[in-house]
Design a protein around this ligand. Structure first.
Ligand SMILES: Cc1cc2nc3c(=O)[nH]c(=O)nc-3n(C[C@H](O)[C@H](O)[C@H](O)COP(=O)(O)OP(=O)(O)OC[C@H]3O[C@@H](n4cnc5c(N)ncnc54)[C@H](O)[C@@H]3O)c2cc1C
Ligand code: FES
Length: 345
């Protein structure tokens, strides 16, 4: 353990004890406080905050998340920042509803129950917790899965199921050629019965249930996972909130779970699903064509009154954020998880 300091968070006035050996974000998790975060690896900028006073040392991060000029002005990434003195930090993004809703993340051992193809490059992975344990999580959150034999290295994956089936965790995992974790699913190195260690839950891509606004979900690729978890949880609770889900894929072979989503449409009274193909669509395709953000722009009349939930590859999420801001959605009503990879560091 290193030297301890106090981090005072403004404007919420909360004080945290921070050990020099941990990041400010880790200290917050340890004390049950859910600060805004995404990747936890200095890649997505979701945890960006302003250092009003004190000194930090930053672990390695991407200058896309924190450009040098911002760092010079006093901005910092809480997922990378180690306190060298007492700190006073202004949270740029925080959510009173989320802040104190944190369940401290924990470690668990799981067994692989299923690995099945969903498309040519996305697999369904199901993990069962040992001894009928349950993982307490909120729909839309993720866990870190340790890469076997990789000395503490992990990858983050969002749950596609809901806590109602919390004794098992279900994931949608895109296969990357040469990917350290996804490669193990693609080449058969991991199989049913193998153990995987997880840490979590993490993430703030959760439904702000008290909001009166209609919901707009925009997803691509394996970004289907946390959005499906949110939609299923709405159906489980009998939610009547209006929701539209735009899902972008390249071509028809990238589409999956259409039958499950159709079932949801039967359970959610005001739900619409719009799939769009950005590349060649066969003659039989009667859905939308084009980039998913262009389709949203074309089909949506007013975007000032929505809570938007975006999930998938970082370029898709960035394009969707730009569209929503240009079309009048308040920044504080936009929630996202960028599926960053090691290539983004
Ligand atoms: C909050 C969060 C939630 C996520 N949820 C999901 C999810 O539900 N489903 C999902 O599929 N993914 C999800 N991801 C992404 C996931 O965590 C992994 O990053 C992804 O699966 C790739 O890991 P990998 O070990 O298979 O590949 P890696 O070994 O990390 O490599 C990824 C790709 O980058 C390339 N690459 C690696 N290093 C470099 C480099 N230096 N230069 C250029 N290219 C490089 C590799 O060749 C490969 O194509 C999530 C990410 C975050 C942050
Ligand atoms: S959570 Fe800190 S940069 Fe992503």
């Amino acid at each position: 353990m290193g030297e301890k300091h106090i981090a005072r968070l403004e404007p919420v006035g909360i004080e945290l004890e921070v050990d020099e050996d941990e990041t400010v974000l880790q200290a917050a998790f340890r004390q049950g406080l859910m600060l805004m975060h995404g990747c936890k690896e200095g890649q997505c900028s979701a945890c960006k905050s302003f250092l009003l006073d004190g000194e930090v040392d930053l672990d390695r991060y991407s200058t896309f998340a924190l450009p040098d000029f911002e760092e010079a002005e006093g901005y910092t990434l809480l997922c990378r920042a180690h306190a060298l003195t007492d700190l006073e930090i202004e949270l740029l993004h925080y959510d009173e509803e989320m802040l104190r809703s944190g369940v401290p993340p924990r470690h668990a051992v799981t067994t692989i129950e299923a690995i099945e193809p969903l498309t040519h490059d996305i697999k369904r992975l199901v993990l069962r917790l040992a001894d009928a344990e349950r993982l307490s999580f909120q729909p839309g959150q993720y866990v870190d899965i340790a890469i076997p034999g990789a000395d503490g290295e992990h990858r983050s994956f969002s749950m596609a199921n809901t806590p109602s089936t919390g004794d098992r965790l279900e994931f949608m995992i895109k296969l990357y050629p040469g990917g350290h974790f996804s490669g193990l699913l693609g080449d058969g190195a991991l199989a049913v019965g193998d153990e995987l260690e997880i840490d979590g839950p993490y993430g703030v891509f959760t439904l702000r249930e008290t909001s009166p606004r209609r919901l707009l979900f925009i997803g691509g690729g394996a970004g289907m996972a946390p959005i499906l978890s949110l939609l299923v949880s709405m159906a489980e609770k009998g939610s009547e909130r209006a929701a539209t889900y735009y899902y972008g894929a390249r071509n028809e072979r990238d589409l999956f779970h259409l039958a499950e989503i159709e079932l949801l449409a039967g359970e959610l009274p005001d739900f619409r699903f719009v799939a769009a193909l950005s590349e060649s669509a066969g003659d039989g395709w009667s859905g939308e064509s084009g980039l998913i953000t262009d389709v949203v722009d074309r089909l949506e009349e007013g975007l000032e009154d929505v809570d938007a939930y975006l999930c998938g590859p970082p370029p898709m999420v960035d394009a969707a954020i730009a569209l929503l801001l240009a079309r009048g959605t308040a920044e504080s009503h936009i929630f996202y998880d960028k599926f960053t990879t090691t290539a983004d560091t």
